[in-house]
Design a protein around this ligand. Sequence first.
Ligand code: SAM
Length: 220
Amino acid sequence: MSDHRAHARELAREAIARGDVTGWFERLYAESERDGFRISWVDLEPNPFLIAWLGRRPAAPTGRAIVVGCGYGDDAELLATAGLEVTAFDIAPTAIARCRARFPDSTVSYEVADVLDRAAGWSHAFDFVFEAYTVQVLPGEARAAAARSIGCLVAPGGTLLVVARSRAAEDPEGLMPWPLTRAELHEFAVPGLGLAKLEEVLEPGDPPVPRFVAEFRARN
Ligand SMILES: C[S@@+](CC[C@H](N)C(=O)[O-])C[C@H]1O[C@@H](n2cnc3c(N)ncnc32)[C@H](O)[C@@H]1O
């Protein structure tokens, strides 16, 4: 385990103990910018499961997309390049400022927003919603609330793709990032949205990381 992940865990622990479940993200990004260390989840590459999902589609996706907890913007840029009209948001202003600085000519609309306090104009507004690794860094009741909020972003006929660490219900919760159980995955399935395909992937590593790659589809 890297010291950087240990540091993120400590910031998370302190913030959650204060009752502030999201307060540590901006602090971590701001410290990383100031001190030049790499945040454990930052790889400055699009998500390989998103790349694979796009590659399997018979035709390029169209319409409006939104990227939840977009970090430094690589997934949003990939979707924009694929032809979608993309909004991407993160709770951390420093991350969003970095997206705008990294991609000054981007067509992506980068916004600071909290998935737990979603703008009403985003409800059922997006043909494609991408969520990778946001719910798993939230604790307790915020997890189901975030999953339901993400499910509500999907427009009629639209698709939600979720990538997350996974665990069996009987396995210990472990340390942040806390993997999702199948029951938690079903929290995304708000009325009108159903789980269409679930892949359980063991990503090579030391140790290997089990993940869900889950595709939900909304009724027309
Ligand atoms: C583990 S990182 C994953 C970042 C990116 N999705 C990726 O795959 O590299 C989780 C991201 O979610 C953001 N985040 C956490 N809670 C959030 C919330 N309530 N609303 C919006 N973004 C949030 C964090 O700031 C962070 O950028």
